[in-house]
Design a protein around this ligand. Structure first.
Ligand code: ATP
Length: 218
């Protein structure tokens, strides 16, 4: 279980905090607005009202003990930057910051934060990729040209074996990591595994081969 602190509980900060909680982590949410903190207090491990441009207020939160502190203040550039400078000065090792502009990114880069996030751009890329391959429900890029993709099997695959459905060139270049059927998951299914329509296939392979295989499966 990780320990995370999220500063700024706007739409991005709140959504990230709630998902971290759902994934079983401990989350401290911080915001200057009492109404916003009250709104989320019950759903988070801890919630605090603080103006994060105030170094003493930040120091009192004990943020050095958290694995990652995420600064999710977008609109107020000054507040985001001052808070980031304080966090670095307090010795917080892993600071992630949401950036709202090119200038914001540039300064954050100079401050040496661990990760700069551009939610709109990152989401835009993801949506474009999903739109261009609508048969792919979800994917993870492994960073070396390989992807893990989730594809729903169509009616035409009902009763066919996995080995028969997943013929690739060269053979075996795509690995089936799992097949999900309702609440049942079969990991590393063999070639003889008999598919049903609407099974969810989790496949690992190079993008080019996945692009060729996906339309035959869905
Ligand atoms: P969204 O994620 O909703 O798009 P946004 O990027 O527009 O939000 P803001 O609304 O600027 O971000 O800020 C998010 C939250 O950060 C708000 O709830 C706001 O109250 C809080 N916030 C802004 N300044 C401070 C500050 N100095 N100290 C603590 N919290 C702050």
């Amino acid at each position: 279980m990780g320990q995370f602190a999220v500063i700024g509980l706007g739409r991005f900060g709140a959504a990230t905090s709630l998902e971290l909680m759902r994934l079983g982590h401990s989350v401290l949410g911080v915001d200057a607005d009492k109404k916003i903190v009250d709104q989320h207090a019950e759903q988070l491990t801890r919630a605090a009202i603080a103006d994060v441009t105030d170094r003493n207020a930040l120091a009192e939160l004990g943020l050095v003990h958290y694995d990652v502190v995420l600064v999710a203040i977008g609109e107020d550039l000054q507040a985001s930057l001052v808070c980031t400078v304080h966090l670095k000065a307090l010795g917080v090792a892993d600071v992630w910051v949401k950036a709202s502009s090119r200038a914001h990114h540039l300064i954050l880069n100079k401050l040496g934060v661990s990760r700069i996030i551009h939610p709109e751009e990152e989401m835009g890329l993801r949506i474009a990729q999903v739109l261009s391959y609508p048969m792919v429900n979800d994917y993870i890029a492994l960073g070396n040209g390989e992807f893990v993709v989730e594809i729903e099997a169509s009616e035409k695959l009902d009763g066919r074996t996995l080995g028969d459905a997943l013929t690739t060139e060269p053979p075996g270049i795509i690995q089936a990591l799992a097949v999900k059927r309702k609440i049942e998951t079969t990991t590393h299914p063999p070639d003889q595994f008999v598919l049903r329509a609407r099974d969810t296939l989790i496949l690992l392979g190079p993008l080019q081969q996945l692009k060729m295989a996906a339309p035959k499966l869905s």
